[in-house]
Design a protein around this ligand. Sequence first.
Ligand SMILES: Cc1cc2nc3c(=O)[nH]c(=O)nc-3n(C[C@H](O)[C@H](O)[C@H](O)COP(=O)(O)OP(=O)(O)OC[C@H]3O[C@@H](n4cnc5c(N)ncnc54)[C@H](O)[C@@H]3O)c2cc1C
Length: 381
Amino acid sequence: MDFRLTNEQQALQDEARGFADDVVAPGAQERDRAHEFPRDVVRQAGEKGYLGLLIPEEYGGGSVGNVAQCLILEEIARADASTHVTISVHNSLFTVPVLTWGTEAFKKKYLPRFATGELLGAYALTEPHSGSDAAALSTTAVRDGDEWVLNGTKMWITTGASANFVVVFARTDKDAPNVKGISAFVVDTDQPGFTCGKKENKTGIRASETVQLFLEDVRVPDENLLGEVNRGFNYALETLNGGRIGIATQAVGIAKGALDAAIAHFDGKVAEKGSVFSSQDVDFRFADMATRIEASRLLVWRAAQMRDRNEPHVREASMAKLVASRSSNAVCRDAVALLGPAGQVGACERMLRDARVTEIYEGTTEIQRLVVSRALKAGRG
Ligand SMILES: Cc1cc2nc3c(=O)[nH]c(=O)nc-3n(C[C@H](O)[C@H](O)[C@H](O)COP(=O)(O)OP(=O)(O)OC[C@H]3O[C@@H](n4cnc5c(N)ncnc54)[C@H](O)[C@@H]3O)c2cc1C
Protein backbone atom coordinates (compact mmCIF):
# COMPACT_ATOMS: atom_id res chain seq x y z
CA MET A 1 0.00 0.00 0.00
CA ASP A 2 1.39 3.39 -1.00
CA PHE A 3 -0.61 6.60 -0.67
CA ARG A 4 2.04 8.76 -2.34
CA LEU A 5 1.54 10.20 -5.80
CA THR A 6 4.24 9.58 -8.37
CA ASN A 7 6.23 12.59 -9.56
CA GLU A 8 4.30 12.46 -12.82
CA GLN A 9 0.93 12.40 -11.04
CA GLN A 10 2.03 15.28 -8.79
CA ALA A 11 3.03 17.32 -11.83
CA LEU A 12 -0.32 16.65 -13.55
CA GLN A 13 -2.17 17.70 -10.39
CA ASP A 14 -0.14 20.92 -10.07
CA GLU A 15 -0.72 21.79 -13.69
CA ALA A 16 -4.46 21.13 -13.41
CA ARG A 17 -4.64 23.27 -10.25
CA GLY A 18 -3.16 26.19 -12.18
CA PHE A 19 -5.55 25.64 -15.10
CA ALA A 20 -8.52 25.46 -12.73
CA ASP A 21 -7.53 28.68 -10.95
CA ASP A 22 -6.60 30.64 -14.07
CA VAL A 23 -9.14 29.41 -16.63
CA VAL A 24 -12.03 27.52 -15.01
CA ALA A 25 -12.75 29.50 -11.83
CA PRO A 26 -12.95 32.98 -13.39
CA GLY A 27 -16.45 33.33 -14.79
CA ALA A 28 -17.86 30.24 -13.02
CA GLN A 29 -20.31 32.37 -11.01
CA GLU A 30 -21.46 34.29 -14.07
CA ARG A 31 -21.87 31.14 -16.18
CA ASP A 32 -23.97 29.62 -13.39
CA ARG A 33 -26.20 32.68 -13.19
CA ALA A 34 -26.61 32.84 -16.98
CA HIS A 35 -26.92 29.04 -17.47
CA GLU A 36 -24.11 29.49 -19.98
CA PHE A 37 -22.46 26.35 -21.33
CA PRO A 38 -18.68 26.62 -20.65
CA ARG A 39 -17.81 26.17 -24.32
CA ASP A 40 -14.62 28.22 -24.32
CA VAL A 41 -13.34 26.69 -21.07
CA VAL A 42 -13.98 23.20 -22.44
CA ARG A 43 -12.16 24.17 -25.65
CA GLN A 44 -9.13 25.25 -23.60
CA ALA A 45 -9.36 22.06 -21.53
CA GLY A 46 -9.24 20.19 -24.84
CA GLU A 47 -6.03 22.02 -25.76
CA LYS A 48 -4.53 20.84 -22.45
CA GLY A 49 -5.43 17.24 -23.32
CA TYR A 50 -8.14 16.94 -20.63
CA LEU A 51 -10.74 15.67 -23.11
CA GLY A 52 -8.61 12.67 -24.05
CA LEU A 53 -7.27 11.57 -20.67
CA LEU A 54 -8.26 7.93 -21.11
CA ILE A 55 -7.70 7.72 -24.88
CA PRO A 56 -4.52 5.85 -25.89
CA GLU A 57 -1.77 7.84 -27.58
CA GLU A 58 -2.29 5.99 -30.88
CA TYR A 59 -5.68 7.76 -31.11
CA GLY A 60 -4.30 11.13 -30.02
CA GLY A 61 -5.04 10.92 -26.28
CA GLY A 62 -2.92 11.23 -23.15
CA SER A 63 -3.70 7.79 -21.72
CA VAL A 64 -2.95 8.98 -18.18
CA GLY A 65 -5.21 6.45 -16.43
CA ASN A 66 -8.02 6.78 -13.93
CA VAL A 67 -6.02 7.89 -10.88
CA ALA A 68 -4.42 10.76 -12.78
CA GLN A 69 -7.79 11.62 -14.30
CA CYS A 70 -9.20 11.94 -10.76
CA LEU A 71 -6.36 14.27 -9.75
CA ILE A 72 -6.95 16.52 -12.75
CA LEU A 73 -10.73 16.53 -12.70
CA GLU A 74 -10.97 17.12 -8.94
CA GLU A 75 -9.20 20.43 -9.57
CA ILE A 76 -11.68 21.33 -12.32
CA ALA A 77 -14.64 20.43 -10.07
CA ARG A 78 -13.17 22.51 -7.26
CA ALA A 79 -13.41 25.50 -9.58
CA ASP A 80 -16.62 24.69 -11.46
CA ALA A 81 -18.77 21.55 -11.22
CA SER A 82 -20.54 22.33 -14.51
CA THR A 83 -17.29 22.29 -16.46
CA HIS A 84 -16.30 19.14 -14.61
CA VAL A 85 -19.40 17.15 -15.53
CA THR A 86 -19.12 18.16 -19.18
CA ILE A 87 -15.57 16.82 -19.32
CA SER A 88 -16.21 13.81 -17.08
CA VAL A 89 -19.17 12.59 -19.15
CA HIS A 90 -17.20 13.08 -22.38
CA ASN A 91 -14.22 11.10 -21.00
CA SER A 92 -15.77 8.38 -18.86
CA LEU A 93 -19.19 7.85 -20.40
CA PHE A 94 -18.43 8.50 -24.06
CA THR A 95 -14.78 7.85 -24.96
CA VAL A 96 -14.48 4.74 -22.75
CA PRO A 97 -17.34 2.72 -24.31
CA VAL A 98 -16.23 3.79 -27.79
CA LEU A 99 -12.68 2.68 -26.99
CA THR A 100 -13.76 -0.57 -25.40
CA TRP A 101 -16.47 -1.73 -27.80
CA GLY A 102 -16.22 0.56 -30.85
CA THR A 103 -15.06 -0.58 -34.26
CA GLU A 104 -11.49 0.14 -35.29
CA ALA A 105 -12.76 2.19 -38.25
CA PHE A 106 -14.79 4.49 -35.97
CA LYS A 107 -11.97 4.84 -33.45
CA LYS A 108 -9.37 5.71 -36.09
CA LYS A 109 -11.66 8.18 -37.79
CA TYR A 110 -13.08 10.00 -34.79
CA LEU A 111 -11.20 9.44 -31.51
CA PRO A 112 -8.37 11.91 -32.30
CA ARG A 113 -11.02 14.61 -32.72
CA PHE A 114 -12.67 13.65 -29.43
CA ALA A 115 -9.26 13.66 -27.71
CA THR A 116 -8.75 17.35 -28.51
CA GLY A 117 -12.34 18.30 -27.70
CA GLU A 118 -13.01 19.30 -31.31
CA LEU A 119 -15.91 16.84 -31.03
CA LEU A 120 -17.92 16.31 -27.83
CA GLY A 121 -19.63 13.14 -26.66
CA ALA A 122 -22.63 12.28 -24.48
CA TYR A 123 -24.25 9.15 -23.01
CA ALA A 124 -27.98 8.50 -23.23
CA LEU A 125 -29.36 5.73 -21.05
CA THR A 126 -32.11 7.45 -19.03
CA GLU A 127 -35.64 7.88 -20.41
CA PRO A 128 -38.80 9.56 -19.11
CA HIS A 129 -39.93 6.22 -17.61
CA SER A 130 -36.62 4.53 -16.84
CA GLY A 131 -33.58 5.69 -14.88
CA SER A 132 -32.74 3.74 -11.74
CA ASP A 133 -34.55 0.88 -13.44
CA ALA A 134 -32.52 1.40 -16.61
CA ALA A 135 -33.31 -2.04 -18.04
CA ALA A 136 -36.93 -0.91 -18.54
CA LEU A 137 -35.91 1.48 -21.33
CA SER A 138 -38.20 1.58 -24.35
CA THR A 139 -36.19 3.25 -27.14
CA THR A 140 -36.03 0.76 -30.02
CA ALA A 141 -33.48 -0.08 -32.70
CA VAL A 142 -34.62 -2.18 -35.66
CA ARG A 143 -32.22 -3.51 -38.27
CA ASP A 144 -32.84 -2.41 -41.86
CA GLY A 145 -30.22 -3.80 -44.27
CA ASP A 146 -26.82 -2.66 -43.04
CA GLU A 147 -28.34 0.09 -40.91
CA TRP A 148 -30.33 0.39 -37.70
CA VAL A 149 -33.39 2.61 -37.27
CA LEU A 150 -33.76 4.16 -33.80
CA ASN A 151 -36.92 5.56 -32.24
CA GLY A 152 -37.49 6.85 -28.70
CA THR A 153 -36.94 9.61 -26.15
CA LYS A 154 -34.00 10.07 -23.80
CA MET A 155 -34.12 12.35 -20.78
CA TRP A 156 -31.68 14.30 -18.57
CA ILE A 157 -28.83 13.96 -21.05
CA THR A 158 -25.67 15.90 -20.14
CA THR A 159 -24.19 17.85 -23.10
CA GLY A 160 -27.09 16.48 -25.16
CA ALA A 161 -27.45 19.64 -27.26
CA SER A 162 -23.76 20.29 -27.96
CA ALA A 163 -22.58 16.69 -28.40
CA ASN A 164 -21.56 15.59 -31.89
CA PHE A 165 -22.08 11.91 -31.11
CA VAL A 166 -24.07 10.21 -28.35
CA VAL A 167 -23.82 6.66 -27.03
CA VAL A 168 -27.48 5.60 -27.13
CA PHE A 169 -28.91 2.46 -25.51
CA ALA A 170 -31.89 0.93 -27.32
CA ARG A 171 -33.97 -2.24 -27.24
CA THR A 172 -33.04 -4.61 -30.07
CA ASP A 173 -34.98 -7.66 -28.88
CA LYS A 174 -38.39 -6.94 -27.39
CA ASP A 175 -38.97 -10.61 -26.54
CA ALA A 176 -35.77 -11.04 -24.51
CA PRO A 177 -35.79 -10.41 -20.74
CA ASN A 178 -35.24 -6.67 -20.04
CA VAL A 179 -31.47 -6.72 -19.47
CA LYS A 180 -30.77 -9.11 -22.36
CA GLY A 181 -32.43 -7.30 -25.27
CA ILE A 182 -30.53 -3.97 -25.21
CA SER A 183 -27.77 -2.79 -27.55
CA ALA A 184 -25.52 0.29 -27.62
CA PHE A 185 -24.98 2.59 -30.62
CA VAL A 186 -22.83 5.64 -31.33
CA VAL A 187 -25.28 8.06 -32.92
CA ASP A 188 -24.28 11.07 -35.02
CA THR A 189 -26.39 13.99 -33.76
CA ASP A 190 -26.47 15.49 -37.27
CA GLN A 191 -28.55 12.58 -38.53
CA PRO A 192 -32.07 13.49 -39.73
CA GLY A 193 -34.62 12.70 -37.01
CA PHE A 194 -32.28 13.50 -34.12
CA THR A 195 -33.52 16.55 -32.15
CA CYS A 196 -33.23 17.85 -28.61
CA GLY A 197 -35.55 19.67 -26.24
CA LYS A 198 -34.93 22.81 -24.20
CA LYS A 199 -32.27 23.00 -21.50
CA GLU A 200 -33.55 21.98 -18.08
CA ASN A 201 -33.65 24.78 -15.51
CA LYS A 202 -31.83 22.92 -12.75
CA THR A 203 -31.01 23.60 -9.07
CA GLY A 204 -27.29 23.09 -9.63
CA ILE A 205 -24.64 22.55 -12.33
CA ARG A 206 -26.66 25.17 -14.17
CA ALA A 207 -23.95 25.93 -16.74
CA SER A 208 -23.93 22.29 -17.85
CA GLU A 209 -26.37 21.28 -20.55
CA THR A 210 -29.13 18.83 -19.61
CA VAL A 211 -31.71 18.10 -22.29
CA GLN A 212 -34.22 15.63 -23.62
CA LEU A 213 -33.29 13.87 -26.87
CA PHE A 214 -35.82 12.73 -29.46
CA LEU A 215 -35.00 10.03 -32.00
CA GLU A 216 -37.44 9.65 -34.86
CA ASP A 217 -36.37 7.09 -37.47
CA VAL A 218 -32.70 7.97 -36.92
CA ARG A 219 -30.56 5.78 -39.17
CA VAL A 220 -27.30 4.43 -37.73
CA PRO A 221 -24.79 2.39 -39.76
CA ASP A 222 -23.99 -1.11 -38.52
CA GLU A 223 -20.37 -0.04 -37.88
CA ASN A 224 -21.70 2.30 -35.14
CA LEU A 225 -23.03 -0.62 -33.11
CA LEU A 226 -20.90 -1.01 -29.98
CA GLY A 227 -19.74 -4.57 -29.37
CA GLU A 228 -22.32 -7.33 -29.75
CA VAL A 229 -26.05 -7.06 -30.30
CA ASN A 230 -28.08 -7.45 -27.07
CA ARG A 231 -25.03 -6.97 -24.81
CA GLY A 232 -25.61 -3.23 -24.39
CA PHE A 233 -26.93 -3.35 -20.83
CA ASN A 234 -23.68 -4.93 -19.61
CA TYR A 235 -21.77 -2.18 -21.43
CA ALA A 236 -23.98 0.48 -19.82
CA LEU A 237 -23.25 -0.82 -16.30
CA GLU A 238 -19.55 -1.38 -16.89
CA THR A 239 -19.28 2.18 -18.23
CA LEU A 240 -21.10 3.53 -15.16
CA ASN A 241 -18.44 2.03 -12.86
CA GLY A 242 -15.96 4.50 -14.33
CA GLY A 243 -18.58 7.25 -14.45
CA ARG A 244 -19.31 6.83 -10.74
CA ILE A 245 -15.63 7.35 -9.93
CA GLY A 246 -15.90 10.53 -12.03
CA ILE A 247 -18.92 11.81 -10.09
CA ALA A 248 -17.31 10.88 -6.76
CA THR A 249 -14.32 12.95 -7.91
CA GLN A 250 -16.69 15.80 -8.72
CA ALA A 251 -18.18 15.57 -5.21
CA VAL A 252 -14.70 15.74 -3.63
CA GLY A 253 -13.78 18.73 -5.81
CA ILE A 254 -16.96 20.65 -4.97
CA ALA A 255 -16.42 20.04 -1.24
CA LYS A 256 -12.80 21.19 -1.47
CA GLY A 257 -13.96 24.32 -3.28
CA ALA A 258 -16.48 25.08 -0.53
CA LEU A 259 -13.90 24.48 2.22
CA ASP A 260 -11.36 26.73 0.47
CA ALA A 261 -13.96 29.47 0.01
CA ALA A 262 -15.04 29.24 3.65
CA ILE A 263 -11.45 29.39 4.92
CA ALA A 264 -10.75 32.38 2.68
CA HIS A 265 -13.86 34.10 4.02
CA PHE A 266 -12.86 33.56 7.63
CA ASP A 267 -9.23 34.42 7.18
CA GLY A 268 -8.78 37.24 9.70
CA LYS A 269 -12.52 37.68 10.32
CA VAL A 270 -12.85 35.69 13.53
CA ALA A 271 -10.44 37.93 15.37
CA GLU A 272 -12.39 40.99 14.21
CA LYS A 273 -15.84 39.66 15.00
CA GLY A 274 -14.89 37.49 17.95
CA SER A 275 -18.35 37.67 19.51
CA VAL A 276 -20.16 35.23 17.20
CA PHE A 277 -17.79 32.28 17.09
CA SER A 278 -14.82 31.36 19.14
CA SER A 279 -11.91 30.70 16.84
CA GLN A 280 -11.80 27.07 17.99
CA ASP A 281 -15.44 26.49 16.98
CA VAL A 282 -14.62 27.50 13.45
CA ASP A 283 -11.32 25.62 13.40
CA PHE A 284 -12.99 22.40 14.58
CA ARG A 285 -15.64 22.66 11.87
CA PHE A 286 -12.95 23.17 9.25
CA ALA A 287 -11.08 20.16 10.62
CA ASP A 288 -14.21 17.97 10.28
CA MET A 289 -14.84 19.21 6.75
CA ALA A 290 -11.25 18.56 5.68
CA THR A 291 -11.28 15.08 7.21
CA ARG A 292 -14.52 14.18 5.39
CA ILE A 293 -12.97 15.34 2.12
CA GLU A 294 -9.80 13.34 2.68
CA ALA A 295 -11.73 10.17 3.57
CA SER A 296 -13.82 10.51 0.41
CA ARG A 297 -10.76 11.18 -1.71
CA LEU A 298 -9.04 8.02 -0.49
CA LEU A 299 -12.07 5.91 -1.43
CA VAL A 300 -12.10 7.56 -4.85
CA TRP A 301 -8.40 6.95 -5.42
CA ARG A 302 -8.71 3.32 -4.35
CA ALA A 303 -11.56 2.69 -6.80
CA ALA A 304 -9.64 4.49 -9.57
CA GLN A 305 -6.50 2.48 -8.88
CA MET A 306 -8.46 -0.79 -9.00
CA ARG A 307 -9.97 0.29 -12.31
CA ASP A 308 -6.48 1.08 -13.65
CA ARG A 309 -5.38 -2.42 -12.59
CA ASN A 310 -8.43 -4.02 -14.24
CA GLU A 311 -9.53 -5.42 -10.88
CA PRO A 312 -13.28 -5.77 -10.13
CA HIS A 313 -14.35 -2.45 -8.58
CA VAL A 314 -18.16 -2.29 -8.74
CA ARG A 315 -18.50 -2.18 -4.95
CA GLU A 316 -15.58 0.22 -4.53
CA ALA A 317 -16.88 2.67 -7.14
CA SER A 318 -20.29 2.69 -5.46
CA MET A 319 -18.79 3.13 -2.00
CA ALA A 320 -16.69 6.03 -3.26
CA LYS A 321 -19.71 7.74 -4.82
CA LEU A 322 -21.92 7.03 -1.81
CA VAL A 323 -19.51 8.55 0.71
CA ALA A 324 -18.14 11.36 -1.46
CA SER A 325 -21.55 12.65 -2.57
CA ARG A 326 -23.02 12.65 0.94
CA SER A 327 -19.87 14.20 2.41
CA SER A 328 -19.85 16.86 -0.28
CA ASN A 329 -23.40 17.87 0.61
CA ALA A 330 -22.51 17.95 4.32
CA VAL A 331 -19.35 19.99 3.75
CA CYS A 332 -21.15 22.50 1.51
CA ARG A 333 -23.99 22.84 4.03
CA ASP A 334 -21.44 23.51 6.79
CA ALA A 335 -19.61 26.05 4.65
CA VAL A 336 -22.83 27.92 3.87
CA ALA A 337 -23.92 27.79 7.52
CA LEU A 338 -20.56 29.08 8.76
CA LEU A 339 -20.68 32.04 6.40
CA GLY A 340 -24.08 33.19 7.69
CA PRO A 341 -25.63 35.77 5.35
CA ALA A 342 -22.53 35.72 3.14
CA GLY A 343 -23.35 32.03 2.52
CA GLN A 344 -26.49 33.09 0.68
CA VAL A 345 -24.48 34.62 -2.16
CA GLY A 346 -21.20 33.71 -3.85
CA ALA A 347 -19.28 30.52 -4.49
CA CYS A 348 -20.38 28.45 -1.46
CA GLU A 349 -24.04 28.93 -2.34
CA ARG A 350 -23.36 27.71 -5.90
CA MET A 351 -21.37 24.74 -4.62
CA LEU A 352 -24.13 23.70 -2.21
CA ARG A 353 -26.57 23.66 -5.15
CA ASP A 354 -24.02 21.83 -7.34
CA ALA A 355 -23.36 19.16 -4.70
CA ARG A 356 -27.00 18.06 -4.66
CA VAL A 357 -26.92 16.27 -8.00
CA THR A 358 -23.90 14.15 -7.06
CA GLU A 359 -26.37 12.08 -5.00
CA ILE A 360 -28.64 11.67 -8.02
CA TYR A 361 -26.92 11.04 -11.33
CA GLU A 362 -25.05 7.90 -12.39
CA GLY A 363 -27.09 6.07 -9.76
CA THR A 364 -28.79 7.70 -6.77
CA THR A 365 -27.59 7.22 -3.21
CA GLU A 366 -30.19 4.47 -2.78
CA ILE A 367 -28.88 2.66 -5.88
CA GLN A 368 -25.28 2.84 -4.58
CA ARG A 369 -26.51 1.37 -1.28
CA LEU A 370 -28.23 -1.42 -3.21
CA VAL A 371 -24.99 -2.19 -5.07
CA VAL A 372 -22.96 -2.27 -1.85
CA SER A 373 -25.52 -4.35 0.03
CA ARG A 374 -25.65 -6.87 -2.85
CA ALA A 375 -21.86 -7.17 -2.63
CA LEU A 376 -22.18 -7.80 1.11
CA LYS A 377 -24.75 -10.54 0.52
CA ALA A 378 -22.41 -12.08 -2.04
CA GLY A 379 -19.74 -12.30 0.66
CA ARG A 380 -17.71 -9.29 -0.49
CA GLY A 381 -17.75 -7.48 2.87
C1 LIG B 1 -28.46 16.94 -14.00
C2 LIG B 1 -28.64 15.53 -14.46
C3 LIG B 1 -27.82 15.04 -15.46
C4 LIG B 1 -27.98 13.72 -15.91
N1 LIG B 1 -27.19 13.26 -16.96
C5 LIG B 1 -27.47 12.04 -17.49
C6 LIG B 1 -26.78 11.59 -18.67
O1 LIG B 1 -25.90 12.28 -19.20
N2 LIG B 1 -27.14 10.41 -19.22
C7 LIG B 1 -28.11 9.61 -18.67
O2 LIG B 1 -28.39 8.56 -19.22
N3 LIG B 1 -28.77 10.01 -17.55
C8 LIG B 1 -28.48 11.19 -16.96
N4 LIG B 1 -29.15 11.62 -15.84
C9 LIG B 1 -30.18 10.75 -15.27
C10 LIG B 1 -29.83 10.19 -13.91
O3 LIG B 1 -28.79 9.25 -13.99
C11 LIG B 1 -31.12 9.58 -13.33
O4 LIG B 1 -32.05 10.64 -13.16
C12 LIG B 1 -30.86 8.90 -12.00
O5 LIG B 1 -30.14 7.71 -12.20
C13 LIG B 1 -32.17 8.58 -11.27
O6 LIG B 1 -33.03 7.83 -12.06
P1 LIG B 1 -34.56 8.24 -12.26
O7 LIG B 1 -34.53 9.53 -12.96
O8 LIG B 1 -35.26 7.09 -12.86
O9 LIG B 1 -35.09 8.48 -10.81
P2 LIG B 1 -35.94 7.48 -9.93
O10 LIG B 1 -35.37 6.11 -10.01
O11 LIG B 1 -37.37 7.63 -10.28
O12 LIG B 1 -35.64 8.04 -8.50
C14 LIG B 1 -36.61 8.62 -7.63
C15 LIG B 1 -36.26 8.21 -6.21
O13 LIG B 1 -36.53 6.79 -6.04
C16 LIG B 1 -35.41 6.16 -5.47
N5 LIG B 1 -35.31 4.78 -5.94
C17 LIG B 1 -35.40 4.34 -7.22
N6 LIG B 1 -35.27 3.00 -7.28
C18 LIG B 1 -35.05 2.58 -5.99
C19 LIG B 1 -34.83 1.31 -5.40
N7 LIG B 1 -34.78 0.20 -6.13
N8 LIG B 1 -34.67 1.27 -4.06
C20 LIG B 1 -34.71 2.40 -3.29
N9 LIG B 1 -34.93 3.61 -3.81
C21 LIG B 1 -35.08 3.73 -5.14
C22 LIG B 1 -34.23 6.99 -5.96
O14 LIG B 1 -33.09 6.80 -5.15
C23 LIG B 1 -34.79 8.39 -5.85
O15 LIG B 1 -34.66 8.87 -4.56
C24 LIG B 1 -28.97 12.89 -15.33
C25 LIG B 1 -29.76 13.40 -14.30
C26 LIG B 1 -29.61 14.69 -13.87
C27 LIG B 1 -30.50 15.21 -12.76
